[in-house]
Design a binder for this molecule. Structure first.
Ligand SMILES: [Zn+2]
Ligand SMILES: [Zn+2]
Length: 255
């Protein structure tokens, strides 16, 4: 009876000890879970912040590139339109002397350089969502005394994708016509020889020439009538104009 009693007491003590050990282990594991939860949440939050930062950065870069190209196109377009108008005004000039004085310079001004547009901007970032599983955030495992299982499954299904549409700007300009007034080609003074009038145009040297000029320098050159030279020059200017127009439309049609 006595021995039985002390056996039971010993058993009771042992169970009490177990209970207290179990309690302190429980508290510790619970504490660990809470602290791990905090860490994981912080890491996840940090990771998503990084993702958003990266996306914002790439978006800003793309927009900057596109805007700078749009700006270049717009500057190019304005300059080209100015030149087209300038050439158009020039074609309408009514003084033959002034026409031949500036025609070569004018022709040069129709030679334009298109701005370089980036072929690829790097659009279309998208998120490829990943899974969060107990494998990479941890789980409760049987320790002999305590057993529990937790499933954590988080799936992100939303996709985010930026897509800037293609910006197409096409302008149509009226066909530029030539309003022709009859120019007087009979009284163009020679630049080189006072008192002399230019009688022909040297196609080889691109200058008006008087009889003295011809005798001294241009005798064997390609000499043409001044009115024919005028026609050729106007045609050249009109070709330059339509080239600028085409170039301008091409530019505007880009992105
Ligand atoms: Zn001369
Ligand atoms: Zn010549």
């Amino acid at each position: 009876m006595q021995k039985n009693n002390s056996n039971i007491k010993a058993k009771k003590d042992e169970l009490n000890k177990l209970m207290s050990a179990e309690n302190s282990k429980y508290s510790k594991v619970r504490q660990d879970i809470v602290s791990h939860e905090k860490t994981v949440k912080e890491q996840v939050e940090k990771y998503f912040k990084e993702l958003i930062n990266k996306l914002d950065h790439s978006h800003t870069t793309v927009l900057k590139l596109v805007k700078s190209d749009l700006n270049a196109i717009s500057i190019f377009s304005n300059q080209t339109e100015d030149k087209i108008n300038q050439v158009q005004d020039f074609i309408g000039i009514s003084n033959a002397t002034d026409f031949f004085k500036e025609v070569n310079m004018m022709q040069k001004c129709t030679e334009i350089q298109e701005p370089k547009i980036k072929p690829i901007y790097g659009f279309s970032k998208k998120i490829v969502p990943g899974n969060i599983t107990q494998l990479n955030i941890g789980s409760l495992q049987d320790d002999g005394n305590l057993s529990a299982e937790t499933n954590i499954s988080l799936v992100i299904n939303n996709e985010y994708q930026t897509e800037l549409g293609i910006i197409a700007l096409i302008i149509s300009r009226e066909e530029i016509g030539l309003h022709r007034e009859e120019l007087d080609f009979t009284n163009i003074k020679c630049d080189e020889h006072a008192g002399q009038s230019s009688c022909l145009y040297c196609n080889t040297c691109d200058v008006l020439v008087c009889p003295t000029c011809i005798a001294k320098v241009h005798k064997k050159h390609d000499l043409i009538e001044i009115s024919d030279a005028y026609k050729l020059k106007v045609e050249g200017l009109k070709r330059g104009q339509s080239k600028m127009q085409k170039s301008n439309s091409n530019m505007k049609a880009k992105r």
